[in-house]
Design a protein around this ligand. Structure first.
Ligand code: FAD
Ligand code: DHB
Length: 390
């Protein structure tokens, strides 16, 4: 099998890359360890930056997003019962869109299938080979057959646990990591959201987030222990804890119901450098993880793909390799800024078991400063709506 770009991973990164390249007449093959139904069912991110919406428009997959996505012009930060609204529209002129990652993935799959994209699903053993040669390959088994895809470039879009990053030699790859001492327990429920804007709350009992997927479907999270098991969290226990942390005002409007999804995710900051080795590129979660506070994970992946697709298009269409040669450096500069924001907002909004009374006062002082400073609020808003690409 021959192609121009072999994409490992059919998550949002891999799918968007194949769509943007297809629109430019560049041929790709996409390989995933799972199948379409499994990938579409993974409930993850929910807030899209304006730049992410633009990328989906450019890809030609934004019609339903424009019909069904909810534009948001602000969100609330709450701290021990006090609330501060970040008016992102007034502070930045921009807004964000609430539209689930499941829907983004569905829209991308629909279009890729409509256009006849070549996919290999349920591939257990994809392996990038000869990545420093000018004829790299991805070798794997599919339906019992041995397949080798020969290509010009490999795009490693296979998430944090993927094979692409691991195929970069240890003496080349540098990794940076911070693991947080807690997780997020997330619940999805078919009930209207408690508030028409998101609420991020730091309460003495821990962080809580009120989010949504539509006018009738809500997504809520509470900070939990890493050792917690979802089975220990009955719906009743979850609603009680959420109500306490959001405070009496929000709690009086909270509509509870039977959850239809409940899962625990650990929080991590992680960056791998460089994001290119030979003719293998890394993009999205394959190269970096942010803690979910601030909703940057999916948006950061899309920003990588915008830059990578431009670089590959310049190569194939114009024979210009400048953007390919500067990809890692360009992308990482932005990645680190987004890492900084996600780390800062996580640090402000959670209860850290190791925090001394001094550090707790620092969190409070930072919240008070934000509440009284338009400049500080704008800094949060600028990051929330998304930093520019260059
Ligand atoms: P992924 O979505 O991980 O896609 C990678 C794909 O590669 C998958 O389909 C996988 O099956 C495939 N793959 C993996 N290994 C291989 C292999 N060896 N061979 C072939 N294919 C392989 N972000 C937010 O902004 N807000 C959130 O609330 C949020 N919640 C999250 C909750 C969880 C549990 C997780 C894991 C992430 C969450 N994120 C969230 C982050 C966001 O979902 C990711 O940043 C986003 O999915 C990144 O997209 P991606 O395509 O780079 O990686
Ligand atoms: C959601 C997740 C986030 O991490 C966030 O900051 C906002 C919203 C969500 O799943 O809706």
């Amino acid at each position: 099998v021959k192609t121009q770009v072999c994409i490992i991973g059919a998550g949002p990164s891999g799918l968007l890359l194949s769509q943007l390249l297809a629109n430019a007449g560049i041929d790709t093959v996409v390989i995933d360890r799972r199948d379409r139904a499994y990938i579409e069912g993974r409930i993850r991110a929910g807030v899209l930056e304006q730049g992410t919406v633009t990328a989906l428009e450019e890809a030609g997959v934004a019609d339903r997003l424009h019909r069904e996505g909810l534009p948001h012009e602000g969100f609330d930060l709450a701290f021990d019962g006090d609330r501060h609204r970040i008016d992102i529209k007034a502070l930045t002129g921009k807004s964000v869109t609430v539209y689930g990652q499941t829907e983004v993935t569905k829209d991308l799959f629909d279009k890729r299938f409509e256009e006849g994209q070549v996919f290999y699903f349920d591939v257990p053993d994809a392996k990038p080979v000869d990545i420093t040669s000018d004829r790299p390959k991805v070798a794997f088994t599919h339906d019992g057959a041995q397949i080798v895809v020969e290509c010009d470039y490999i795009a490693g879009c296979d998430g944090f646990h993927g094979v692409s990053r691991q195929s970069i030699p240890a003496d080349v790859l540098k990794t940076f990591e911070r693991v947080y001492p807690f997780g997020w327990l997330g619940v999805m429920v078919e009930r209207p959201p408690v508030s028409h804007e998101l609420i991020y709350a730091n309460h003495a009992r821990g962080f809580a987030l009120a989010s949504m997927r539509s006018e009738t479907r809500s997504r809520y999270y509470v900070q939990c222990d890493l050792s917690d098991d979802v089975d220990e969290w009955s719906d009743d226990r979850f609603w009680e804890e959420l109500a306490l942390r959001l405070g009496p005002d929000a709690a009086s409007k909270l509509e509870t119901g039977p959850s239809f999804e409940k899962s625990i995710a650990p929080l991590r900051s992680f960056v791998a450098e460089p994001m290119r080795h030979g003719n293998l590129f890394l993009a999205g979660d394959a190269a970096h993880i942010v803690p979910p506070t601030g909703a940057k994970g999916l948006n950061l992946a899309v920003a990588d793909i915008r830059i990578l697709s431009r670089a590959l298009i310049a190569h194939f269409r114009d024979g210009d390799d400048h953007h390919i040669d500067t990809y890692s450096e360009t992308v990482l500069r932005r990645v680190w800024k987004v890492e900084r924001f996600s780390w800062q907002l996580s640090t402000l909004m959670h209860q850290f078991p190791e925090n001394s009374p001094f550090e707790k006062r620092m969190q409070r002082a930072e919240f008070d400063f934000l509440s009284s400073s338009e400049a500080a609020s704008r800094a949060i808003a600028d990051n929330y709506v998304g930093l520019p690409l260059d």
